[in-house]
Structure formats: structure tokens, C-alpha cells
Design a protein around this ligand. Structure first.
Ligand code: AMP
Ligand code: GLY
Length: 433
């Protein structure tokens, strides 16, 4: 039966999902709430914000939507999947109780500890004085101060010395830097080692691990500067060996899904583990309950199977019946072009040129994130992360070259990008070979 899909979100992740879903022979029609000029190439964009839960539910009912695919964390944390399920509409993504794994880092830690899943040691605080006393009474540095709630990847402070930690704690608990999201904080052991993003699709029973990725979270080359939502990524992650993969599945992904079941919070959708590969083995930094952005862009480029039956299988609790996904063996790289000023404030409405003359192929796609059309219909910037230039190559180096060559041809005032996405990956590949 042809399927009518409503995709929720407006970032690079959602453009990549729309691009991939548009290739499904099972698709009848796709809408995106609200989408961006990229998604408009394959779907009808709606004037509905991603967090307009009532509006989305009403639209889905009125238009006999077969599956709502929820991209970002906010609508998941608000219970969009629950409300859709109440009116008999299938959703890809966890319900509100399961989405707490991302929405509350304090809850996530409890799950990890209760189910003996490796993670950094931590303490939780909601009051300033005990938090500061803890910092002053022999805590080991560096340490990490985090807002417990959703802060778009920006609520984490790596503190080298007491003074920095005190400032971070004060800005969260006293000055309300991240509003309610930072009213509860975690103070955490600093974990050494490279990072890895690991994704699994699940319906709460069957778990399908997806290909590994490596995000580049900091704004500047070499991992310097403030944390962002992600400035680029590569897949596969050359640091994850076959043995590490098995370990991650057995010690991390499976016990989490089973643990959530055990606690009456069956998890359906994408379980996204942010890991540190420490000398003592992989440890969980955090869980997210959705595809990563920009990791989704490279996963969609590498996924050869039809995405739609997998999403439907997860939503229906019938993932077991799906064949294991097939992947392009070739590596992929995505390079984010961000607005000048991101992740702090940045201008909007700046003209974007050069994109129309780029030839997009199955090996090179430029996914839109923070873009919009001006009144005259010209492409302009409208967000922090503007575009994700994504390429496949026979080698990681070739994928990198292809992505950067394209990235150079796109222009907007203040265009900001890292020049070293995948550089460490290429070096790691060479060591492995
Ligand atoms: P999170 O949102 O918890 O993934 O944190 C964002 C980023 O902060 C991570 O990707 C790491 O780069 C860094 N980070 C968070 N927690 C720790 C930790 N315990 N040790 C080292 N780095 C961390
Ligand atoms: N790129 C990391 C995230 O989506 O949270």
C-alpha cells in the first residue's frame, strides 16, 4: 500500500531523510512540518512548526498520514509520538517517557547506572551552595559541568580549573544561562579518548545497529573553540574496530533497550549513543533519541536499502521482519557551512550563491539546514548551521576532497567551516592499514 509520510523538522537531518525517503517506491506523498527549501524539492512543506504538536496531530488525522517521522528531540520530548498514537497514527520516534533519555541527563545517568552501562562518574545538583562546595572540596580537574535538560548541544562546560567550574555552575544555577534546562546540573568526571557516535534502530525488541560515525562538535579546527551541534562528521568511524562494535552492542545498546523495557519505557526509534572510547573501553557520554545532525546526512548517503520499511517496522513493532540494511562500503564526509557568529548570535537573510551551479549526484549532495527563500525567491541564510556538504568517495580522503571542493564553491557572507573534518580519521585509517 502506498504510504503517506509526514516528516517533522527543518534541519539538515530532515533534508537528508526527505531525500532518502523520496527514493522509496512505497512512498505515495510526503509532507514536511515545516521543512526547508531543500525538503521542498521532494515534498510539500507545511506552515507548521516542529513543536506545534496539536497542529501536527490535526494535519496527520485530516490527511490520513500513514507514518509521522519525527526528526528533532523537542517534539519527542513534548510527547508528539504519544499524542499521535492516541488518535491511531503511527510515529517513528520514542514516546515522551522514553525520550527522557535525552531530555533529562539526570534520568539518563540513572538508567546507565541501574543497568551497569559504562559511563562517567557524576553528581547531580539543583542548588548552588552544595555544587560549589563539591567543586571546592577536592573534585578532580578537568571536570565537566552540564545542564541536565535540552540545550541543543551547548549546555556542556569542560572546566580545567576550579575557577572555570565555579563560573559554569553559577551561570547555570544562578544566572539561568540555559533557563529551565539548566536548573538541574550534572558535575561529571572528564573522560579521555576520542568520541564516537553510534546509532541503533529499534522497536524495543529488535535492535539494528547502524553504521558508526564520528562527529566534530567543536567550532574550530583541531577541536578548539566552543561546542556546537556538530560541524561535520565522517562514517564509518575508523576508530571502531569489529571488536569494539560487538562490545558496544553487548555492553551498551542491548542493556539500554532492555533496561528501558524493564522500567516500562519501551524505546522505539533511533537510540543514539554519544561515546568516548576510553582506555578502559567505550563509555556513554549521553544518549540522544533521534538521528544525529549532521551524522544523519552521511548515514543516508551510505544507506542503500529503502529507509521507509525500516522506519515503519520500528513504528509498528515489527522490525524483526525487516532485512538487515545494506550499506555503501565507501566512506562519507559531511562538512557544515555555518553562519558567522554561530553558535552564539549570527545574522540571517544573507544571500547564498554558488549552490545552483553545483552538480549534485548520488556521491555529492548539499543538504539544506538554516536556509530560506527571500521574497524574491532567492536562497538566503536563516539559521546557525546553513548547509551540510556531503560526499562519498572510494577513500575517506577522496570523500573529503569532493566535499571541500564543493564547499568552496558556495558563498555567503561570514561562511564558517572547519577545514579538518576527517583529517584525524584519515590518519587513523592509515594507522589501521
Ligand atoms: P554531551 O551533550 O553530553 O554529549 O556533551 C557534549 C560534548 O561535551 C561531548 O561530545 C564531549 O565532547 C564533551 N563531553 C561531555 N561530557 C564529557 C565527559 N564526561 N568527558 C569528556 N568530555 C565530555
Ligand atoms: N551531532 C550531534 C547531535 O546531533 O546531537
Amino acid at each position: 500500500m502506498p504510504l503517506r509520510v509526514l516528516l517533522v523538522g527543518s534541519g539538515g537531518r530532515e533534508h537528508a531523510l526527505a531525500w532518502k525517503l523520496s527514493q522509496s517506491p512505497l512512498l505515495e506523498k510526503m509532507w514536511v512540518a515545516p521543512g526547508n527549501p531543500g525538503t521542498a524539492q521532494y515534498a510539500e512543506n507545511l506552515a507548521l512548526a516542529a513543536d506545534d504538536v496539536d497542529g501536527i496531530v490535526q494535519f496527520a488525522q485530516a490527511n490520513e498520514i500513514s507514518l509521522v517521522v519525527i526528526g528533532p528531540e523537542d517534539p519527542l520530548a513534548m510527547g508528539l509520538a504519544d499524542q499521535l498514537s492516541e488518535v491511531g497514527i503511527r510515529a517513528f520516534g520514542p514516546n515522551k517517557e522514553a525520550a527522557e533519555l535525552e531530555a533529562s541527563k539526570a534520568f539518563c545517568k540513572e538508567i546507565l547506572i541501574r543497568h551497569r552501562i559504562p559511563t562517567a562518574a557524576y553528581r547531580v545538583f539543583s542548588d548552588l551552595n552544595p555544587a560549589v562546595s563539591y567543586l571546592e572540596s577536592g573534585a578532580r580537574y578537568p571536570l565537566v559541568v552540564k545542564a541536565s535538560g535540552l540545550a541543543a548541544g551547548k549546555g556542556v562546560y569542560i572546566c580545567e580549573v576550579l575557577e572555570e567550574a565555579r563560573e559554569a555552575v553559577k551561570s547555570l544555577l544562578m544566572d539561568g544561562r540555559h533557563g529551565d534546562a539548566g536548573r538541574t546540573i550534572l558535575i561529571e568526571e572528564f573522560l579521555e579518548g576520542p568520541e564516537a557516535s553510534v546509532f541503533a534502530m529499534t522497536d524495543g525488541r529488535t535492535i539494528i545497529p547502524l553504521e558508526s560515525c564520528q562527529d566534530h562538535k567543536q567550532l574550530l579546527d583541531g577541536g578548539h573553540g566552543p561546542n556546537t551541534g556538530g560541524m561535520g562528521a565522517i562514517s564509518p568511524n575508523p576508530l571502531i574496530s569489529e571488536r569494539a562494535r560487538e562490545l558496544i552492542e553487548r555492553q551498551i545498546l542491548l542493556p539500554t533497550v532492555h533496561g528501558m523495557n524493564h522500567e516500562g519505557r519501551r524505546f522505539r526509534g533511533i537510540l543514539f549513543a554519544g561515546l568516548k572510547l576510553t582506555p578502559a573501553g567505550p563509555k556513554v557520554l549521553e544518549y540522544n533519541v533521534r538521528f544525529g545532525d549532521p551524522e544523519c546526512q552521511i548515514l543516508m548517503m551510505r544507506l542503500q536499502s529503502d529507509l521507509l520499511p525500516l522506519l515503519m517496522g520500528s513504528a509498528q513493532g515489527e522490525l524483526e521482519e525487516q532485512d538487515a540494511p545494506r550499506w555503501d562500503e565507501r566512506p562519507a564526509v559531511t562538512v557544515v557551512l555555518a553562519s558567522g557568529g554561530y553558535p552564539e548570535s549570527y545574522p540571517k537573510g544573507l544571500p547564498i550563491t554558488g549552490l545552483e551551479s553545483l552538480e549534485q549526484t548520488p556521491d555529492l549532495q548539499v543538504f539544506h539546514a538554516g536556509t530560506s527563500l527571500s521574497e524574491e525567491g532567492d536562497l538566503q541564510t536563516s539559521g546557525g548551521r546553513v548547509l551540510a556538504v556531503t560526499a562519498l568517495g572510494d577513500t575517506l580522503s577522496e570523500a573529503r576532497d569532493r566535499a571541500y571542493e564543493a564547499a568552496e564553491k558556495i558563498h555567503f557572507e561570514g561562511k564558517t567551516l572547519r577545514t579538518d573534518i576527517g583529517v584525524a580519521g584519515v590518519a587513523a585509517m592509515e594507522r589501521v592499514q
